[in-house]
Design a protein around this ligand. Structure first.
Ligand code: TRP
Length: 336
């Protein structure tokens, strides 16, 4: 059977963190053997919120290098930069004629951005979901490994694809968000407020580029409390978050011991030591992040290799994208 096509994109708007790793990159790595994978750096999308391009190149390089360091094999997948694929921009143009101002204004991400950057409500921000749809359907993808926050963008991508098919003929399959077994792991900031973030909340976010001492410091400062009031308490979310992290990077028996200590603790009989838990977590986290950080730094520093990789990715992505665009032009009678 022909392998299914998968597309996903990461915006290069800052440093990749543990949330990106466990929410997206780990799934990419799992998918690379079973699917035709197209993974890209969404640098056009980043211009909707980050018009300053001084640091864009190094961000793009870092995202590519970190994905490889996390286990993506650039020989197996197409790993590319969005702006290297002009076919996406052309399809975006056609899809723009099939998308309506009203529906675009209603999307939650747009409304959020209007609130967070009222001085720069540009048209690119409004048509962000159109560009994302073009990213996906230019490869005629059916699976898109993304987090829960992308459901609405995926639904819009299906709408645009469906409208195109209805008007011009059956060109695009419907793309759906995909994750292994629905066990999407949510990783909160270490201060217990919101998610880890590429650019905000930096002291509470663990980045794949953090050095050992930074990791240690951030984890030791993570929010805790005096311990549970009663045995077998439900964990407050910031404590649950530490256990989640522990379960991701520590050995099973280590996690089990802290679980046991937590469940046996009550007011006046605090068996669990959050200080010890954090020390253990810090060391195991360092063991997890260090090899990724070191490998990524090595790859990123080698400009020649970076450029070769990026070119190879673009060639793979353009090969299928231009095929799609050929079909699109034919079905739209734009072939003169
Ligand atoms: N909007 C996505 C995000 O913020 C990034 C993205 C852009 C993307 N194009 C895409 C994700 C295509 C999946 C498929 O995370």
């Amino acid at each position: 059977m022909e392998k299914e096509v998968v597309v996903s994109g990461i915006r290069p708007t800052g440093f990749l963190h543990l949330g990106n790793y466990f929410g997206a990159m780990r799934n990419y790595v799992r998918m690379q053997n079973d699917y035709h994978c197209y993974f890209f750096v969404a640098n056009w999308h980043s211009l909707t919120t980050h018009p300053d391009t001084k640091e864009l190149r190094s961000s793009v390089y870092r995202v590519i290098a970190e994905n490889i360091a996390c286990g993506l094999d650039p020989e197996k997948v197409a790993l590319y930069v969005q702006s290297d694929i002009p076919e996406i921009a052309e399809l975006y143009l056609y899809l723009n004629m099939l998308s309506y101002k009203g529906e675009l204004e209603k999307t939650t991400t747009f409304k959020d951005k209007v609130r967070s950057q009222p001085d720069n409500v540009n048209a690119g921000l409004l048509t962000y979901p159109v560009l994302q749809a073009a990213d996906i359907i230019i490869q005629r993808a059916v699976k898109v490994p993304v987090g829960k926050d992308q459901e609405q963008n995926l639904e819009m991508a299906r709408n645009f694809a469906e409208r195109f098919n209805y008007r011009y003929g059956d060109v695009f399959p419907m793309p759906y968000a995909f994750n292994y077994g629905n066990e999407l792991i949510k990783i909160m900031g270490l201060d217990g407020n919101g998610k880890m973030s590429k650019s905000e909340n930096q002291l509470s976010t663990l980045y794949l580029a953090d050095d050992d001492e930074t990791i240690r410091k951030k984890i030791m400062k993570a929010k805790t409390d005096q311990g549970p009031e009663t045995p077998n308490s439900t964990k407050p979310d910031y404590i649950q978050n530490l256990f989640t992290l522990l379960s991701l990077v520590s050995k099973d028996d280590v996690v089990a011991k802290f679980e046991q200590d937590f469940n046996a603790s009550s007011a006046g009989n605090t068996i669990i030591r959050y200080g010890d838990l954090k020390k253990q977590l810090a060391e195991d986290m360092i063991g997890f992040i260090r090899p990724i950080r070191e490998r990524a730094a090595e790859i990123q520093a080698d400009t020649q290799t970076m450029q070769k990789l990026i070119k190879m990715g673009a060639e793979k992505a353009r090969s299928r994208a231009s095929e799609t665009l050929h079909i699109v032009r034919q079905s739209m009678n734009l072939n003169y």
